[in-house]
Design a protein around this ligand. Structure first.
Ligand SMILES: [Zn+2]
Length: 314
Protein backbone atom coordinates (compact mmCIF):
# COMPACT_ATOMS: atom_id res chain seq x y z
CA UNK A 1 0.00 0.00 0.00
CA UNK A 2 1.21 3.46 -0.85
CA UNK A 3 2.11 5.63 2.09
CA UNK A 4 -0.62 8.03 3.02
CA UNK A 5 -3.35 5.55 2.18
CA UNK A 6 -5.82 4.41 4.80
CA UNK A 7 -5.21 0.90 6.07
CA UNK A 8 -8.69 0.49 7.60
CA UNK A 9 -11.22 -1.47 5.61
CA UNK A 10 -13.60 0.46 3.42
CA UNK A 11 -16.35 -0.72 1.10
CA UNK A 12 -18.04 0.89 -1.84
CA UNK A 13 -21.84 0.79 -1.73
CA UNK A 14 -23.88 1.36 -4.89
CA UNK A 15 -27.62 1.99 -4.92
CA UNK A 16 -29.12 1.68 -8.42
CA UNK A 17 -32.57 3.11 -8.95
CA UNK A 18 -34.61 4.00 -12.00
CA UNK A 19 -33.53 7.64 -12.03
CA UNK A 20 -30.24 7.80 -10.17
CA UNK A 21 -27.26 5.76 -9.09
CA UNK A 22 -25.80 6.67 -5.70
CA UNK A 23 -22.26 5.54 -4.89
CA UNK A 24 -20.49 5.93 -1.58
CA UNK A 25 -17.24 5.04 0.11
CA UNK A 26 -18.25 3.65 3.51
CA UNK A 27 -16.01 2.85 6.46
CA UNK A 28 -16.21 -0.26 8.64
CA UNK A 29 -18.58 1.49 11.05
CA UNK A 30 -21.08 2.22 8.31
CA UNK A 31 -20.23 5.91 8.03
CA UNK A 32 -20.22 7.46 4.57
CA UNK A 33 -16.84 9.04 3.79
CA UNK A 34 -17.32 10.10 0.17
CA UNK A 35 -20.28 10.07 -2.18
CA UNK A 36 -21.15 10.57 -5.85
CA UNK A 37 -24.58 10.52 -7.51
CA UNK A 38 -25.10 9.89 -11.21
CA UNK A 39 -28.18 9.92 -13.42
CA UNK A 40 -29.03 6.28 -14.25
CA UNK A 41 -29.80 6.88 -17.93
CA UNK A 42 -30.66 3.18 -18.28
CA UNK A 43 -31.85 3.58 -21.86
CA UNK A 44 -28.35 4.65 -22.96
CA UNK A 45 -27.17 1.11 -22.31
CA UNK A 46 -25.95 -1.11 -19.53
CA UNK A 47 -22.29 -1.12 -20.61
CA UNK A 48 -22.09 2.65 -20.54
CA UNK A 49 -23.68 2.68 -17.08
CA UNK A 50 -21.15 0.16 -15.74
CA UNK A 51 -18.28 2.17 -17.17
CA UNK A 52 -19.58 5.39 -15.58
CA UNK A 53 -20.10 3.59 -12.26
CA UNK A 54 -16.55 2.22 -12.47
CA UNK A 55 -15.15 5.70 -13.13
CA UNK A 56 -17.12 7.04 -10.16
CA UNK A 57 -15.74 4.26 -7.92
CA UNK A 58 -12.21 5.18 -9.01
CA UNK A 59 -12.91 8.81 -8.07
CA UNK A 60 -14.30 7.76 -4.67
CA UNK A 61 -11.22 5.66 -3.92
CA UNK A 62 -8.93 8.48 -4.95
CA UNK A 63 -10.80 11.07 -2.90
CA UNK A 64 -10.78 8.76 0.13
CA UNK A 65 -7.14 7.78 -0.46
CA UNK A 66 -8.11 4.11 -0.40
CA UNK A 67 -5.99 1.64 -2.33
CA UNK A 68 -5.01 -2.04 -2.43
CA UNK A 69 -6.16 -4.05 0.58
CA UNK A 70 -7.93 -1.02 2.03
CA UNK A 71 -10.94 -1.84 -0.14
CA UNK A 72 -12.90 -4.84 1.17
CA UNK A 73 -15.25 -4.97 -1.78
CA UNK A 74 -18.10 -3.43 -3.74
CA UNK A 75 -21.71 -4.06 -2.73
CA UNK A 76 -24.61 -3.23 -5.02
CA UNK A 77 -28.29 -2.84 -4.22
CA UNK A 78 -30.47 -2.60 -7.29
CA UNK A 79 -34.18 -2.14 -7.95
CA UNK A 80 -35.29 -5.73 -8.56
CA UNK A 81 -35.65 -8.30 -9.87
CA UNK A 82 -32.03 -9.32 -9.52
CA UNK A 83 -30.26 -12.69 -9.41
CA UNK A 84 -27.82 -12.39 -6.49
CA UNK A 85 -26.25 -15.81 -7.08
CA UNK A 86 -25.27 -14.98 -10.69
CA UNK A 87 -24.85 -11.24 -10.24
CA UNK A 88 -27.49 -10.42 -12.86
CA UNK A 89 -29.84 -7.45 -13.05
CA UNK A 90 -33.11 -8.57 -14.65
CA UNK A 91 -35.15 -5.41 -14.43
CA UNK A 92 -36.34 -4.15 -17.80
CA UNK A 93 -39.40 -2.76 -15.98
CA UNK A 94 -37.72 0.26 -14.40
CA UNK A 95 -34.27 -0.03 -16.01
CA UNK A 96 -34.97 -0.03 -19.73
CA UNK A 97 -33.10 -2.76 -21.56
CA UNK A 98 -31.39 -4.14 -18.45
CA UNK A 99 -32.23 -7.82 -18.62
CA UNK A 100 -29.67 -10.52 -17.90
CA UNK A 101 -27.06 -7.82 -17.27
CA UNK A 102 -23.98 -8.99 -15.37
CA UNK A 103 -22.72 -6.12 -13.21
CA UNK A 104 -20.48 -8.20 -10.95
CA UNK A 105 -17.94 -9.50 -13.48
CA UNK A 106 -16.85 -6.15 -15.03
CA UNK A 107 -16.49 -4.42 -11.64
CA UNK A 108 -14.61 -7.41 -10.21
CA UNK A 109 -12.26 -7.41 -13.22
CA UNK A 110 -11.61 -3.68 -12.96
CA UNK A 111 -11.04 -3.43 -9.20
CA UNK A 112 -9.92 -6.97 -8.24
CA UNK A 113 -12.15 -7.12 -5.14
CA UNK A 114 -15.27 -9.17 -4.26
CA UNK A 115 -18.47 -7.71 -5.72
CA UNK A 116 -21.97 -8.63 -4.56
CA UNK A 117 -25.38 -7.76 -5.96
CA UNK A 118 -28.65 -7.81 -4.00
CA UNK A 119 -32.17 -6.46 -4.29
CA UNK A 120 -32.43 -2.87 -3.03
CA UNK A 121 -35.09 -3.66 -0.42
CA UNK A 122 -32.88 -6.37 1.10
CA UNK A 123 -29.92 -4.04 1.10
CA UNK A 124 -31.93 -1.28 2.84
CA UNK A 125 -33.01 -3.77 5.52
CA UNK A 126 -29.38 -4.83 6.01
CA UNK A 127 -28.31 -1.19 6.23
CA UNK A 128 -30.90 -0.41 8.91
CA UNK A 129 -29.97 -3.62 10.75
CA UNK A 130 -26.24 -2.95 10.76
CA UNK A 131 -26.00 0.81 10.96
CA UNK A 132 -29.46 2.26 11.51
CA UNK A 133 -32.64 1.69 13.49
CA UNK A 134 -31.90 -2.00 13.98
CA UNK A 135 -28.34 -1.56 15.18
CA UNK A 136 -27.61 -4.06 17.94
CA UNK A 137 -30.26 -6.51 16.68
CA UNK A 138 -29.63 -9.33 14.26
CA UNK A 139 -33.26 -10.21 13.51
CA UNK A 140 -34.88 -7.31 11.73
CA UNK A 141 -37.93 -7.04 9.49
CA UNK A 142 -38.18 -3.83 7.51
CA UNK A 143 -41.15 -2.50 5.57
CA UNK A 144 -40.75 0.48 3.26
CA UNK A 145 -43.80 2.54 2.32
CA UNK A 146 -43.40 4.77 -0.70
CA UNK A 147 -44.85 4.64 -4.19
CA UNK A 148 -45.04 0.89 -3.56
CA UNK A 149 -44.51 -1.23 -0.47
CA UNK A 150 -41.31 -3.25 -0.18
CA UNK A 151 -39.49 -5.04 2.53
CA UNK A 152 -36.59 -7.14 3.59
CA UNK A 153 -35.78 -9.56 6.36
CA UNK A 154 -32.45 -9.96 8.11
CA UNK A 155 -32.10 -13.08 10.27
CA UNK A 156 -28.98 -13.81 12.30
CA UNK A 157 -27.36 -10.88 10.53
CA UNK A 158 -27.90 -12.29 7.03
CA UNK A 159 -30.43 -11.47 4.32
CA UNK A 160 -33.28 -13.99 4.31
CA UNK A 161 -34.00 -15.26 0.81
CA UNK A 162 -36.01 -17.78 -1.13
CA UNK A 163 -34.99 -21.10 -2.64
CA UNK A 164 -33.83 -19.40 -5.84
CA UNK A 165 -32.32 -16.38 -4.09
CA UNK A 166 -35.48 -14.27 -4.29
CA UNK A 167 -36.30 -11.72 -1.66
CA UNK A 168 -39.51 -11.98 0.35
CA UNK A 169 -42.39 -10.11 -1.29
CA UNK A 170 -43.72 -8.48 1.85
CA UNK A 171 -45.79 -6.00 -0.12
CA UNK A 172 -48.07 -8.84 -1.14
CA UNK A 173 -49.17 -10.02 2.28
CA UNK A 174 -52.97 -10.19 2.26
CA UNK A 175 -54.36 -7.60 4.62
CA UNK A 176 -57.87 -6.82 3.42
CA UNK A 177 -60.34 -9.45 2.18
CA UNK A 178 -61.97 -8.31 -1.09
CA UNK A 179 -59.63 -5.31 -1.20
CA UNK A 180 -58.36 -3.62 -4.37
CA UNK A 181 -56.86 -5.89 -7.06
CA UNK A 182 -53.06 -6.08 -7.21
CA UNK A 183 -50.79 -6.76 -10.18
CA UNK A 184 -49.46 -9.83 -8.32
CA UNK A 185 -52.74 -11.65 -8.96
CA UNK A 186 -54.40 -11.25 -5.55
CA UNK A 187 -56.72 -8.68 -3.98
CA UNK A 188 -56.19 -6.69 -0.82
CA UNK A 189 -52.38 -6.92 -0.64
CA UNK A 190 -50.49 -4.55 1.64
CA UNK A 191 -49.19 -2.77 -1.46
CA UNK A 192 -52.65 -2.41 -3.00
CA UNK A 193 -53.94 -0.80 0.23
CA UNK A 194 -51.07 1.01 1.96
CA UNK A 195 -48.73 2.23 -0.81
CA UNK A 196 -48.67 5.90 -1.75
CA UNK A 197 -50.14 4.90 -5.10
CA UNK A 198 -52.99 2.96 -3.47
CA UNK A 199 -53.78 5.79 -1.05
CA UNK A 200 -53.85 8.34 -3.86
CA UNK A 201 -56.14 6.00 -5.81
CA UNK A 202 -58.52 5.61 -2.86
CA UNK A 203 -58.50 9.35 -2.16
CA UNK A 204 -59.08 10.38 -5.77
CA UNK A 205 -62.69 9.21 -5.67
CA UNK A 206 -63.24 11.86 -2.97
CA UNK A 207 -61.20 14.66 -4.50
CA UNK A 208 -57.77 14.10 -2.90
CA UNK A 209 -55.08 13.63 -5.51
CA UNK A 210 -52.21 12.30 -3.40
CA UNK A 211 -51.59 10.34 -0.21
CA UNK A 212 -50.34 13.58 1.32
CA UNK A 213 -53.64 15.35 0.57
CA UNK A 214 -55.51 12.41 2.08
CA UNK A 215 -53.49 12.55 5.32
CA UNK A 216 -53.95 16.33 5.53
CA UNK A 217 -57.72 16.02 5.07
CA UNK A 218 -57.82 13.38 7.81
CA UNK A 219 -55.87 15.67 10.14
CA UNK A 220 -58.30 18.47 9.29
CA UNK A 221 -61.11 16.26 10.59
CA UNK A 222 -62.74 15.14 7.34
CA UNK A 223 -64.60 11.98 8.33
CA UNK A 224 -64.19 10.19 4.97
CA UNK A 225 -60.46 10.86 4.94
CA UNK A 226 -60.17 9.70 8.55
CA UNK A 227 -61.94 6.49 7.66
CA UNK A 228 -59.69 5.86 4.66
CA UNK A 229 -56.55 6.51 6.72
CA UNK A 230 -57.84 4.29 9.54
CA UNK A 231 -58.28 1.51 6.96
CA UNK A 232 -54.68 1.90 5.86
CA UNK A 233 -53.44 1.83 9.47
CA UNK A 234 -55.49 -1.31 10.11
CA UNK A 235 -53.94 -2.96 7.05
CA UNK A 236 -50.42 -2.14 8.24
CA UNK A 237 -51.25 -3.45 11.74
CA UNK A 238 -52.37 -6.75 10.19
CA UNK A 239 -49.17 -7.01 8.18
CA UNK A 240 -47.13 -6.27 11.32
CA UNK A 241 -49.02 -8.97 13.24
CA UNK A 242 -48.34 -11.56 10.52
CA UNK A 243 -44.68 -10.60 10.16
CA UNK A 244 -43.90 -10.58 13.87
CA UNK A 245 -45.55 -13.98 14.32
CA UNK A 246 -43.71 -15.37 11.30
CA UNK A 247 -40.18 -14.12 11.95
CA UNK A 248 -40.19 -13.20 15.66
CA UNK A 249 -37.84 -10.28 15.00
CA UNK A 250 -36.27 -8.04 17.63
CA UNK A 251 -37.13 -5.03 15.50
CA UNK A 252 -39.78 -4.11 13.04
CA UNK A 253 -38.42 -1.12 11.13
CA UNK A 254 -40.82 1.10 9.19
CA UNK A 255 -39.30 3.27 6.47
CA UNK A 256 -40.08 5.18 3.30
CA UNK A 257 -41.55 8.61 2.70
CA UNK A 258 -44.92 7.79 4.29
CA UNK A 259 -43.33 6.61 7.54
CA UNK A 260 -40.92 9.54 7.60
CA UNK A 261 -43.94 11.80 8.07
CA UNK A 262 -46.49 9.53 9.72
CA UNK A 263 -44.57 6.92 11.75
CA UNK A 264 -46.38 7.62 15.05
CA UNK A 265 -49.78 7.24 13.41
CA UNK A 266 -48.85 3.62 12.56
CA UNK A 267 -46.47 2.65 15.35
CA UNK A 268 -48.96 3.30 18.18
CA UNK A 269 -51.69 0.98 16.85
CA UNK A 270 -49.09 -1.67 15.91
CA UNK A 271 -47.64 -1.63 19.43
CA UNK A 272 -51.13 -1.80 21.00
CA UNK A 273 -51.99 -4.81 18.87
CA UNK A 274 -48.66 -6.57 19.50
CA UNK A 275 -49.09 -6.01 23.24
CA UNK A 276 -52.00 -8.47 23.04
CA UNK A 277 -49.87 -11.25 21.55
CA UNK A 278 -49.74 -14.34 23.73
CA UNK A 279 -47.51 -16.56 21.60
CA UNK A 280 -44.31 -14.56 22.07
CA UNK A 281 -43.12 -11.91 24.48
CA UNK A 282 -44.36 -8.61 23.02
CA UNK A 283 -41.66 -6.63 24.83
CA UNK A 284 -39.05 -8.46 22.74
CA UNK A 285 -40.23 -6.74 19.55
CA UNK A 286 -39.52 -3.05 19.11
CA UNK A 287 -41.19 -1.02 16.40
CA UNK A 288 -38.72 1.55 15.13
CA UNK A 289 -38.65 4.28 12.54
CA UNK A 290 -36.00 3.85 9.83
CA UNK A 291 -33.21 6.35 10.35
CA UNK A 292 -30.98 6.03 7.29
CA UNK A 293 -33.47 7.51 4.81
CA UNK A 294 -32.02 7.72 1.33
CA UNK A 295 -28.67 6.49 2.64
CA UNK A 296 -29.96 3.01 3.57
CA UNK A 297 -29.20 1.82 0.03
CA UNK A 298 -25.52 2.72 -0.12
CA UNK A 299 -24.83 1.92 3.55
CA UNK A 300 -26.58 -1.45 3.24
CA UNK A 301 -24.83 -2.25 -0.05
CA UNK A 302 -21.48 -1.50 1.57
CA UNK A 303 -22.53 -3.70 4.52
CA UNK A 304 -22.68 -6.66 2.13
CA UNK A 305 -18.92 -6.55 1.87
CA UNK A 306 -17.70 -6.48 5.44
CA UNK A 307 -17.86 -9.81 7.26
CA UNK A 308 -19.94 -11.33 4.46
CA UNK A 309 -22.85 -9.05 5.18
CA UNK A 310 -22.65 -9.44 8.91
CA UNK A 311 -20.74 -6.76 10.75
CA UNK A 312 -19.67 -8.43 13.95
CA UNK A 313 -18.36 -5.81 16.27
CA UNK A 314 -20.34 -2.86 14.96
ZN1 LIG B 1 -50.06 -8.04 -4.51
Amino acid sequence: MKSGCHSALFSVGIDIGGTKVALALVDARGTIQQRITLATEAALGFERAVERAGDAIARLLEAGRVAGPGLAGIGIGCAGPVDPARGLINNPYTLEGWNGCDIVTPLHSRFGVPVRLENDADVAALGECQAGAGRGSDRVVMLTFGTGVGGGVVLDGSIYRGAAGEHPELGHLLVRPHGPPCYCGARGCLESVASGTAMAEAGRAHGWETARELFTAADDGDSTARELVAGVVEAVVRAAWTLTHTFLPERLVLGGGIMEEHFDRFAGPIQSQLARASQFTPANVRVSKAVLGNEAGVVGAAALMVGGGSYQGW
